[in-house]
Design a protein around this ligand. Structure first.
Ligand SMILES: [Zn+2]
Ligand SMILES: [Zn+2]
Length: 85
């Protein structure tokens, strides 16, 4: 379910394009530098967030484990693109 580097869309942009130099994990303060991004599809558009590798994995895992079982959508319908910055 979790894709590899080969699945990601290239040319997504640099870290500066995401407007954050800090991991955006919101359950706790994380000061690790972001190295990965997740671009999620919402009703009002795509929202890209950057995470350290640990929280990148957790973000995708949380989606797959906690959200998708109760949602009619699938992974591709939630995550527009993801991968390394
Ligand atoms: Zn983090
Ligand atoms: Zn959903």
């Amino acid at each position: 379910m979790i894709g590899t580097k080969d699945d990601t869309t290239s040319g997504t942009g640099t870290l500066e394009d995401f407007g954050s130099v800090r991991c955006l994990w919101d359950d706790s303060v994380c000061v690790d530098p972001p190295t990965h991004f997740v671009a999620q599809e919402w009703a009002d558009g795509t929202d890209a967030e950057v995470f350290c590798v640990r929280h990148y994995v957790l973000t995708l895992a949380r989606l797959c484990q906690l959200h998708l079982p109760d949602c009619e959508g699938d992974f591709a319908g939630h995550v527009a693109s993801h991968g390394e910055l």
